[in-house]
Design a protein around this ligand. Structure first.
Ligand code: SF4
Length: 424
């Protein structure tokens, strides 16, 4: 039993993504339409009811880094005229578009429509490039964010009702646009089906995250977590996505029940803050594992899942209103996971038995990295948990210095060891 269970989530995640790319190719060959979307507020549940093939350019871009070819794509975009300073995901995607969709995992079809939220301002400038390249419509969903720290409102509050009405109206406009682009009528029953799958997935996604409270932690929130995130985004609202997370709960529960951790000897439990270092993805993690450091949680699992970690449950009796409400709450939570993460992390120290927090600031994502040092200072005011601040990139190997990272990481663990020896 254990042989077929352990590692199933990782291998099935890889298989699903290979099938996903194959499906994109088939769809494009058969005249299907692609919608380009982003991880923070993809609205995949709705777009799938119109049979769009979803393309996540952020995921495509990170795949070039994990496969060690990102530099080729970045250089091509920079030669074309894009600045070395801008988001590396944008540049890798530009090179994919300049290569007419050629990508290490297959062929990415051009967009028929792009849907984005205001969760990252780069989304808007990025989508404008597709608009110019392909003359396709863009739809920007403006999701009201948190106005003041801790000032979120919830169902039952007047402010929340106004924000929800604002999002409902925008979703109605998106439906009209989808009808125009596809020539199909909106089918509310198909939306109900998609929402039901998303409900099941969200619940199980959260169950999996919660299982990492256990010691030893059954999965690595950075390496395994990135695979889980890919499925949570790419297969949201699908039966395959719901089944994947149902199986993942089974696998992780088994590991917990049998005391099986993600690393052989878990000595330090860590939270990762930011976006992973994809150019040296495995090596980056090893530098922590060598000291017995296990990433038990990650802010990436919150914001890059578009807030799926909240496990918001749609009300199938009011699908449109509930989609708006869920989108509002989840995207707002994703933004909070970047801008008010200190509070969320402080609340995790005890339940997750956290020994240290690792801040990873990256050159090419200002949305996530700006304010990270201030956020670290804010956490220091809320908790005495030690933290490490390191800098590299999620795409650009030119600014990743393994030796420098290792020095900082080693010094951090030496500090943790001394602290533990003193019994602090
Ligand atoms: S700036 Fe950061 S959050 Fe925005 S698209 Fe780039 S990687 Fe994503």
């Amino acid at each position: 039993m254990s042989e077929s269970l352990i590692g199933r989530g990782v291998s099935n995640g890889g298989r699903l993504f290979r099938e996903w790319f194959a499906e994109l190719e088939r769809g494009a060959a058969n005249g299907g339409q692609a919608a380009y979307v982003f991880v923070m507020g993809s609205l995949g549940e709705l777009l799938r009811t119109f049979d769009f093939h979803l393309v996540f350019p952020e995921i495509n871009s990170l795949q070039t880094a994990v496969r060690h070819v990102a530099h080729e794509y970045l250089n091509e975009a920079e030669d074309y005229g894009y600045s070395p300073d801008i988001c590396g995901y944008v540049k890798a995607d530009i090179a994919v578009q300049l290569r007419k969709g050629q990508h290490p995992m297959g062929h990415v079809p051009p967009p028929a429509l792009a849907v984005l939220t205001n969760a990252c301002n780069t989304y808007i400038k990025w989508a404008e490039i597709w608009e110019r390249m392909y003359q396709v419509p863009l739809f920007v969903l403006d999701v009201p964010g948190t106005r003041t720290a801790g000032g979120q409102t919830w169902p039952g509050h007047d402010d929340f009702a106004r924000d929800r009405a604002y999002v409902v109206q925008q979703i109605r406009e998106l439906i009209t646009l989808c009808e125009r682009v596809t020539g199909r009528r909106f089918d509310v029953d198909r939306l109900r089906e998609r929402l039901a799958h998303a409900n099941a997935m969200g619940q199980d996604f959260k169950r999996v995250l919660d299982l990492n409270r256990r010691t030893p932690a059954p999965f690595n929130a950075v390496t395994d977590g990135t695979i889980f995130l890919g499925v949570a985004n790419g297969f949201r609202g699908t039966p395959e996505g719901a089944a994947y997370f149902r199986d993942l709960v089974e696998e992780m529960t088994f590991k917990v029940e049998h005391g099986m951790g993600t690393i052989r000897e878990e000595k330090y439990r860590l939270v990762f803050v930011g976006v992973p270092c994809y150019p040296i993805f495995r090596r980056f993690n090893e530098m922590f594992v060598e000291w017995g450091g296990a990433f038990v949680s990650s802010t990436y699992l919150w914001f890059a899942s578009g807030g799926t970690d909240l496990a918001w449950q749609y009300d199938l009796a009011q699908p449109l209103e509930s989609l708006a409400e869920g989108t509002l709450v989840s995207v707002r939570h994703a933004m909070d996971a970047m801008f008010y993460q200190d509070r969320i992390i402080a609340g995790m120290i005890e339940p997750y038995a956290i020994d240290g927090v690792v801040y990873h600031s990256i050159k090419s994502c200002r949305t996530v990295s700006t304010g990270l040092a201030d956020s670290r200072r804010a956490l220091a005011g809320l908790s005495d948990v030690p933290s490490l601040f390191i800098e590299s990139d999620m795409m650009d190997r030119r600014v990743v210095s393994e030796a420098q990272l290792k020095n900082r990481i080693d010094a951090f663990f030496e500090g943790l060891a001394t602290r533990r020896a003193r019994g602090d």
